[in-house]
Design a protein around this ligand. Structure first.
Ligand code: F6R
Length: 266
């Protein structure tokens, strides 16, 4: 069962409306999210336009990608018009590294669908430190060259990060090299084996870049996200909780399972 609630945020100078949809379980929330993405792709196809997607990695979107693959394999959904930009990539890490987000995207989505390889953008993090700034500008320019992101899919970190925009990131930030927060590295340590193997840095698109997307879907699943979801949706809008900026936008939909939504109504 799903519930759609329109939230009116009246916390400070911002008074806007965004929507919250929540589901009994993570699978239903993920399938719903995939459906939103598929509908956008099809809508753009009808108008002979590209669908410019901002994509996330991590545990949260895995079933979304599984469902998109199913729609491709069983229901004829084509990705021929999709241009994708990933939010972030660890630095410095090669694209063949098993924990790179490039590897993740290939395994969990790209190798199973008909997206054109030349339409896939993931921050490339093997460039030397002196070239990073130019590279980040190039990444931003590529997004702009397609008219910006039509849809941005987001997860949320336990510290409220979106992309790897950690607490303290400016709401005006664009693509750049960032230092990873200790909680982010702790959460990644099982993937890498030990904490010292988790990279200290990443390239991440900025908060400004994210907020410019025409539509934003923030998916949060599981009890581990309930505390930060409550802060991000109902707390003060602050750079200390980067996702809180989304309260000010009308084109955001939060998609939650019951566990992630558990503290919202307290
Ligand atoms: C991943 C990303 C991060 C994750 C967040 C949640 O590309 O940008 O913001 O969305 O860390 O990660 P999971 O889904 O593993 O809980």
């Amino acid at each position: 069962m799903s519930f759609l609630i329109y939230m009116s945020n009246t916390f400070n100078k911002h008074t806007r409306v965004n929507s919250l949809t929540y589901f009994d379980d993570a699978e239903q929330a993920s399938i719903y999210t995939a459906k939103q993405i598929a509908e956008l792709i099809i809508e753009q196809q009808k108008q002979a336009k590209p669908a410019v997607l901002g994509l996330a990695t991590g545990n949260t979107p895995k079933v979304v990608y599984q469902e998109l693959i199913r729609l491709h394999q069983n229901e004829g959904l084509s990705f021929h018009n999709v241009i994708s930009f990933n939010l972030d990539e660890y630095y410095p890490i090669g694209p063949e590294h098993i924990r790179s987000y490039t590897f993740f995207m290939r395994e969990y989505l790209f190798k199973h669908i008909d997206i054109k390889p030349e339409n896939i953008y993931i921050p490339h993090t093997v460039c030397s430190p002196d070239r990073i700034e130019d590279y980040c500008k190039y990444y931003e320019d590529r997004i702009s060259s397609f008219g910006g992101l039509d849809l941005q899919l987001l997860g949320i970190g336990r510290n409220g990060h979106i992309g790897f925009n950690e607490p303290g990131s400016s709401f005006e930030s664009t693509t750049r090299l960032v230092n990873l927060h200790s909680l982010t590295r702790e959460d990644a340590h099982t993937d890498f084996g030990t904490i010292d193997k988790v990279p200290q840095q990443a390239i991440s698109i900025g908060i400004h870049t994210i907020t410019q997307a025409k539509k934003i879907l923030l998916l949060a699943l599981g009890e581990k996200k309930s505390e930060i979801i409550s802060k991000a949706l109902k707390g003060e809008i602050s750079t200390q909780v980067p996702a809180s900026i989304l309260q000010t936008l009308s084109h955001v939909e939060y998609i939650l399972d019951r566990d992630a939504a558990a503290l919202i109504h307290e």
